[in-house]
Design a protein around this ligand. Structure first.
Ligand code: NAD
Length: 252
């Protein structure tokens, strides 16, 4: 099938299962004709992916907690595919205690871990992906509007998302001269594995749905379609942006 991503190769980091936002992105990007390479955190997730990922999508391990892993993954990607056209970073983590206690109770260890995986890793990904990215190239991350509002129970993750969004702007500025764009999608709440770590997540999901313009939550397919556009040459005029894909939740 032909589409606006024909001939492109896109690396997608963060598919854990079929509910993952990164899986919505993968399907939309495959629908538009690109080849995809999926990176996964560990063997447990690899086993989950092997049950549903199509044979023509390549899998590669990359735990972003160590820069050496990120470096090695993009070196491997470079030697196997030559140049690539885009990277989607759909990764976040905070340990349960950190995520479920108020920000005031966040320990230094919990803070560092959440920032490291959820925000710093985008810098590391950008640094090691840049040498293998084409001009034009595109990097995209996923954020949430708990970065600018004190959303109940989002706690430390809101702080990490604020840093992530600042990273987007500075990276866009650093990489722009080489034709690499860096953007974020601020997605509406959807029920994924990551969301179930948030205390009272059912209330958060219900509240979010009730604040959409039509009382229907955004889907991972809808988020994926915007991600596909941001990976494409249709979006070469956009960089350093946080694009809301939440059906108006942030308006209220
Ligand atoms: P998910 O649980 O499906 O995906 C999170 C991914 O992060 C998993 O694949 C996990 O393996 C990966 N990950 C965690 N630690 C890692 C590490 N050390 N190395 C490599 N990968 C690691 O959940 P999701 O909701 O699809 O999350 C994807 C992104 O979307 C996250 O950044 C999340 O904050 C963001 N987001 C989610 C929502 C939502 O409501 N679900 C809303 C806005 C933004």
């Amino acid at each position: 099938m032909s589409g606006f991503l024909d001939g492109k190769t896109i690396v997608i980091m963060g598919v854990a299962n079929k509910r993952s936002i990164a899986w919505g992105c993968t399907q939309a990007i495959l629908n538009q004709g690109a080849k995809v390479v999926l990176t996964y955190q560990n063997d447990r997730i690899k086993k989950s992916l092997e049950r549903f990922v199509p044979d023509d999508a390549d899998l590669l391990e990359c735990d972003v907690s160590d820069d050496e892993n990120v470096k090695a993954a993009f070196e491997q990607i470079g030697s196997k595919y030559g140049k690539i056209d885009g990277v989607i970073h759909a990764i976040a983590y905070a340990d349960k205690d950190t995520l479920t206690s108020g920000l005031v109770n966040t320990t230094k260890v919990g803070y560092d871990l959440a920032q490291n995986i959820s925000a710093y890793s985008l810098i590391s990904v950008a640094r090691y992906a840049e040498p293998v990215l084409n001009n034009p190239g595109s990097i995209l991350t996923l954020t949430y509007f708990g970065s600018t509002r004190a959303i109940p129970n989002y706690n430390m993750m809101g702080v990490a998302k604020a840093a992530l969004e600042a990273n987007v702007r500075y990276l866009a500025s650093d990489l722009g001269a080489n034709g690499v764009r860096v953007n974020a999608i601020s997605a509406g709440a959807v029920k994924t594995l990551a969301v179930t770590g948030i205390k009272h997540h059912s209330e958060l999901l219900k509240e979010s749905e009730s604040r959409t313009v039509d009382q229907k939550s955004v889907t991972t397919a809808e988020i994926g379609n915007v991600a596909a556009f941001l990976m494409s040459d249709l979006s070469t005029g956009m960089t350093g942006d946080v694009v809301y894909v939440d059906k108006g939740v942030h308006l209220i």
